[in-house]
Write a new protein. Structure first.
Ligand SMILES: Nc1ncnc2c1ncn2[C@@H]1O[C@H](COP(=O)(O)OP(=O)(O)OP(=O)(O)O)[C@@H](O)[C@H]1O
Ligand SMILES: [Mg+2]
Length: 212
């Protein structure tokens, strides 16, 4: 579904370490649940941004072999308007990223129900905690049901009940027609949902582990 060939992202800085990621070769196929691990600053977010088309690459190429648009949690989070309430944000974000979908009141209700945020629907998002915002976006994305889903580290803000909800949803991606790429520092979580783990170190792929 997505192939990365010699992908690098270079900054303009003149420091020695001017590469965010360097010479990344990776094949991401449907049915793959791929976990990205590595220390802070190792390039996980940069790689996910590049795959999502949110960060330009300096060299190499990223080939998308299907028409499926990837849905990136990073992208959805950046579209939030903190002065609007949950209801209005859902309408806005759906219109922005999924214009063919009619964001009916029933759909808004479904998202809020899954996110367990029905009672908070009228609060502006400035008054939401980071975990509540994440619940809202993740629930929206699961209902949109994308074929390619890209998620950056976010587990730390989820409480255990919602974490289990997410775990079940993400497990269903495995061996399906879908592709999941997820960065996390939580190896235990990744081992439960991923078929392979790509370990990054200083912007390079250190190794790829096959699980199970
Ligand atoms: N926009 C940017 N411009 C310049 N350097 C950047 C930019 N974004 C990230 N970096 C640098 O690129 C490197 C990789 O950062 P990145 O955010 O991809 O790491 P990460 O693996 O996601 O880390 P973390 O675990 O902390 O989330 C770091 O050295 C960081 O300082
Ligand atoms: Mg990161």
């Amino acid at each position: 579904m997505i192939t990365l060939k010699n992908v690098s992202i270079e900054t303009n800085s003149r420091t020695n370490n001017s590469f965010l990621i360097k010479n990344i070769n990776l094949n991401l196929r449907k049915g793959d649940n791929v976990g990205l691990m590595g220390p802070n600053g190792s390039g996980k977010t940069s790689l996910l941004m590049a795959i999502s088309g949110l960060m330009p690459i300096s060299t190499g190429e990223i080939i998308y072999s299907s028409d499926d648009r990837s849905v990136s949690v990073i992208d959805y989070l950046s579209a939030i308007n903190f002065e609007l309430n949950a209801h209005d944000n859902l309408k806005l974000i759906t219109k922005l990223y999924d214009p063919d979908r009619v964001c009916s009141e029933k759909f808004v209700d479904l998202v809020l129900h899954d996110a367990e945020l029905k009672k908070d629907r009228s609060k502006i998002l400035k008054q939401y905690s980071s975990g509540m915002i994440m619940r809202l976006i993740i629930s929206l994305i699961f209902l949109i049901n994308p074929r390619i889903l890209i998620i950056d580290e976010w587990l730390t803000v989820l409480d255990s009940s919602f974490r289990n909800f997410v775990l079940n949803k993400l497990s269903s991606f495995k061996d399906s027609e879908k592709l999941l790429v997820i960065a996390s520092h939580d190896r235990n979580f990744l081992e439960q949902i991923c078929g392979k783990i790509v370990n990054l170190e200083n912007g390079l792929i250190e190794n790829i582990e096959k699980l199970g």
